[in-house]
Design a protein around this ligand. Structure first.
Ligand SMILES: *Cc1c(COP(=O)(O)O)cnc(C)c1O
Length: 216
């Protein structure tokens, strides 16, 4: 499928182009076709690419990879949205760094619905337990949730996880702590399963391989 076909099907506002391990030339090519949102996994690589693409003034960078607490100081204020906030401690660290730099940061809460050992993220229970504290961090704006379900043969097998994330969003959207937090973004679905994700309410799909080809 061409980029144009995918954009026509998914909608331009829903595509996050995942450019990790792809050269900046390919990012520039996609930008020239109209794509503005790009997602990176590794802090060092992302910051280097931001430097190299400084001339693209309306490009929007998202951080989607696991973030170590000791790197929090390098990322606050540098990304439109951080998708991978996977613990209360990380959220608190980001909040402190925001305070010292006098910025606010939009974040998503990463949820590990299948409780896979190999993946980071809050399990559902720990979100509920920590919800109030998360909402009270003054420099963070919680925009919604992100999940990365188990790798499967078909997208259909992960439908229950996408559904579960949307139900969690709906449940928490009614909580009173929320006034300040929009909670409107559901970041779910990759090249493998984006159609299923959209059917289940995704409004940001993270597409790598299908847009850029295989990674190095
Ligand atoms: C790499 C990555 C993607 C993109 O995966 P593709 O299969 O290449 O579309 C999406 N989300 C996260 C968190 C990733 O690390």
């Amino acid at each position: 499928m061409s980029f144009q076909d995918i954009r026509a099907e998914v909608g331009a506002d829903k595509i996050l182009a995942v450019s990790k391990l792809q050269p900046v030339a390919k990012i520039r090519d996609l930008y020239n076709l109209g794509q503005r949102r790009f997602g990176e996994n590794y802090v060092q690589e992302a910051l280097e690419k931001q430097e190299q693409l400084q001339d693209l003034s309306d490009i929007e960078w998202h951080l989607i990879g696991h973030l170590q607490k000791n790197k929090a100081k390098h990322v606050v204020g540098k990304f439109h949205l951080i998708h991978s906030v996977d613990s209360l401690e990380l959220a608190q660290t980001l909040n402190r760094q925001c305070e010292s730099k006098n910025v606010n940061q939009r974040i998503l809460i990463q949820v590990n619905l299948a409780k896979e050992e190999s993946k980071s993220g809050f399990d559902k229970q720990s979100i509920l337990t920590n919800w109030k504290e998360l909402c009270q961090l003054p420099h963070l704006s919680i925009e919604g949730f992100m999940t990365m379900p188990p790798l499967t043969e078909t997208g259909e097998e992960v439908r229950p996880y996408f559904k579960e994330l949307r139900e969690l969003q709906q449940k928490l959207a009614n909580s009173t702590e929320l006034a300040r937090h929009p909670l409107k973004t559901l970041s779910m679905g990759t090249s493998n399963d984006f159609r299923v994700a959209i059917q289940e309410g995704a409004n940001l799909v993270r597409l790598g391989t299908i847009l850029f080809g295989a990674r190095n």
